[in-house]
Design a protein around this ligand. Structure first.
Ligand code: C5P
Length: 215
């Protein structure tokens, strides 16, 4: 008999994009599909964890046995994470959170106006959810993701230190959004390790095993 790697642990995961409204019918978002975060949620549950998934808008089914909470904006994702963080053992920030939101949302649909061919939107920074959690006094074990388009190894280590987290996972290659495959590099205090390119579900299992080994 081998105990499950995350038996009895509580794991909170963010996944998917966020959607920042411009007006009632438009918004700013990104190409995250949520596949990596959902695969990690499934793998963590499979490893025996009690999993909460705070998800931006995706087209994915909720993994079996996972408690999913749907949100739209980065602020909602932040507030939902903070309200559930207290009893968590692990926090995995996989969501592609929009860095910016529209400062003044329009209550009505913006009209094309007369001769004016330009429209300015003023943007304001969203809260950094991972940074907020990492700054908590009784923080859970925090895992972050990075999707750099160049110099991943150099940026990965400095981002892990800047974000003040024990484990940062780098996506190799810019073409991971929406794909079923991925290639990951893990950065921790002892350096970096590359996981061979694989299906996101297989990578998720390996990542969960790596996390379980460290907590
Ligand atoms: O700094 P950068 O956006 O590259 O960091 C990415 C990591 O931070 C990811 O783990 C992402 O989920 C998390 N993040 C966050 N809140 C933000 C921006 C990023 O939790 N507003």
């Amino acid at each position: 008999f081998q105990a499950k790697a995350l038996a009895g642990k509580r794991v909170l995961i963010t996944a998917g994009p966020t959607f920042e409204p411009i007006d009632p019918v438009r918004g700013i978002t990104n190409l995250s599909s949520g596949k990596m975060g959902y695969a990690i949620a499934r793998a963590a549950r499979h490893a025996g964890a009690q999993v909460t998934l705070v998800s931006g808008p995706t087209a994915l089914d909720t993994p079996y046995g996972v408690h999913r909470i749907n949100v739209q904006t980065a602020q909602q994702m932040h507030d939902m994470v903070i309200s559930h963080i207290a009893e968590q053992d692990v926090f995995i920030a996989v969501a592609a959170v929009a860095d910016w939101k529209v400062r003044k949302q329009n209550d009505q649909k913006i009209k094309k106006q007369g001769t004016e061919d330009r429209l300015s939107l003023e943007l304001e920074q969203n809260p950094d959810i991972l940074a907020s959690v990492a700054a908590l006094p009784n923080r859970p074990y925090c895992v972050g993701f990075a999707a750099e388009s160049e110099n991943l190894v150099a940026y990965g280590e400095s981002k892990r230190i800047k974000k003040n987290i024990p484990l940062l996972v780098g996506n190799i290659g810019p073409q991971t959004f929406g794909q079923d495959h991925n290639e990951l590099v893990l950065f921790d205090e002892s350096g970096h390790t590359q996981l061979p390119a694989a299906d996101k579900h297989y990578l998720a299992q390996q990542l969960v095993a790596e996390i379980a080994r460290r907590i």
